[in-house]
Design a protein around this ligand. Structure first.
Ligand SMILES: Cc1cc2ncn([C@H]3O[C@H](COP(=O)(O)O)[C@@H](O)[C@H]3O)c2cc1C
Ligand SMILES: O=C(O)c1cccnc1
Length: 365
């Protein structure tokens, strides 16, 4: 047994983090439930497939939950909050202390995602998975921030695995409490830098193409950010053996936690909504670890960060919203909730062709 890995209790026996990952199994979509859902849509008194992607989202949700009887009553947003050591390279417009302030604001209702959640009827679950100071969020701290990727690995492989498991377990806990759909969000100054680094590594792209201005970086700052990502990739990638190593080397605890949430979606049959660029990179990370978990993801919007399209294309996922948003926190993902609720209302409540008189649908002569 490798002493490097922590012991955790599972099913009355002790398994290592590594064994946890090896034992992880994604469920498969329920084709029967999807077919029933499609048939129900086609029976509703409206032109066929006229709600377009809204119908497709619900078909996918039926496949994920394993039932054509869809309910989105209980909705939640998991926000993974963590600091990123690379901030000391000057790759962001604001300082690291903003992470803790916004993290606390999720619970007081002052952060943007909290306002949107309230309006959308969703509960918000901020998780402190690695903020550099103590916060009021749910304490699942793996470390007080990561190391600077321009100099060393962001975290150890063990920490990356712990963060993955933390995210996966969160989905299990919320599924047990009746949550039927979960959105993903993050708060971590500097995490567009780590996201771009991961996207470059997984998609074999150059930083120039995959790097944007994050939360409002100057042109000089953007050039610096690209050079920092280049340096980190050159320094660490040759030593990485797999996707978890890449995550540990140039990622962050926020992204690792979210990747775990995506793995959890496929394990516990819960639809997980992708937010913007950072969340999409976490989804990509999860798919590098287990490709089947992709079927349990719903894309919400296309972030303004330039690499988002390529990441979503790689995942073969289409997003309904094109709002030019670039805020993070889960704001784009939560914005999809009211649309899904409206689709659900039509799906559950509208008359079918069988219910109504067919003559009413005959053209007037
Ligand atoms: C006040 C404030 C609130 C935020 N809420 C989300 N982000 C977003 O910006 C950060 C990523 O951008 P970068 O890599 O440039 O730091 C993340 O924390 C993200 O969620 C915020 C950023 C700021 C400044
Ligand atoms: O798309 C995102 O996730 C994003 C973009 C900029 C800043 N924060 C988040």
């Amino acid at each position: 047994m490798n002493k490097m890995f922590d012991f955790v209790r599972k099913e009355n026996r002790r398994i290592t983090m590594r064994e946890w990952l090896e034992e992880y199994r994604a469920e498969r979509l329920d084709e029967g439930a999807m077919e029933l859902c499609r048939k129900k849509w086609d029976s509703i008194a409206k032109p066929l497939h006229s709600l377009g992607m809204l119908e497709d989202y619900l078909v996918q949700i039926a496949g994920i939950s394993g039932s054509a009887n869809i309910s989105l009553e209980k909705k939640g947003l998991i926000v993974m909050c963590a600091d990123n050591g690379v901030v000391e390279e000057g790759v962001t417009q604001t300082g690291q202390e903003v992470t803790a302030i916004v993290t606390d604001n999720f619970l007081t209702g002052q952060a943007t995602a909290a306002v949107l959640c309230k309006k959308a009827g969703a509960d918000i679950f901020p998780v402190d998975i690695g903020v550099a100071s103590d916060t009021c969020a749910l304490n699942r701290k793996v470390a007080y921030g990561t190391k600077n990727i321009a100099r060393e690995w962001a975290m150890t492989r063990k920490q990356a695995l712990q963060a993955l498991k933390t995210g996966c377990d969160m989905v299990g806990e919320l599924a047990a409490k009746g949550y039927r759909i979960l959105a993903t969000g993050e708060m971590g100054i500097g995490n567009t830098t780590t996201s771009s680094a991961l996207a470059c590594a997984y998609l074999h792209q150059e930083p120039e193409k995959m790097t944007g201005r994050g939360a409002g970086l100057s042109s000089a700052g953007l050039e610096k950010k690209i050079q920092v990502i280049k340096k980190a990739l050159e320094l660490h990638l040759p030593k990485c053996r797999d996707a978890v190593d890449v995550l540990a080397a140039v990622g962050g605890l926020d992204i690792a936690g979210l990747a775990g949430v995506f793995l959890g979606g496929a394990k516990y049959r819960v639809p997980i909504v992708i937010d913007g660029f950072i969340s999409a990179v976490a989804a990509l990370t999860a798919v590098q670890i287990c490709k089947e978990c992709r079927d349990f993801m719903l894309a919400s919007h296309i972030s303004k960060e330039p690499a988002t399209r390529l990441v979503l294309e790689t995942l073969s996922l289409e997003a309904a919203l094109h709002c030019n948003m670039c805020l993070g926190e889960g704001t784009g993902a939560v914005t999809l909730f009211p649309l899904l609720d409206m689709a659900c209302e039509v799906y559950q409540k509208m008359s079918t062709f069988d219910d109504i008189s067919v003559e009413a649908y005959q053209p007037l002569t």
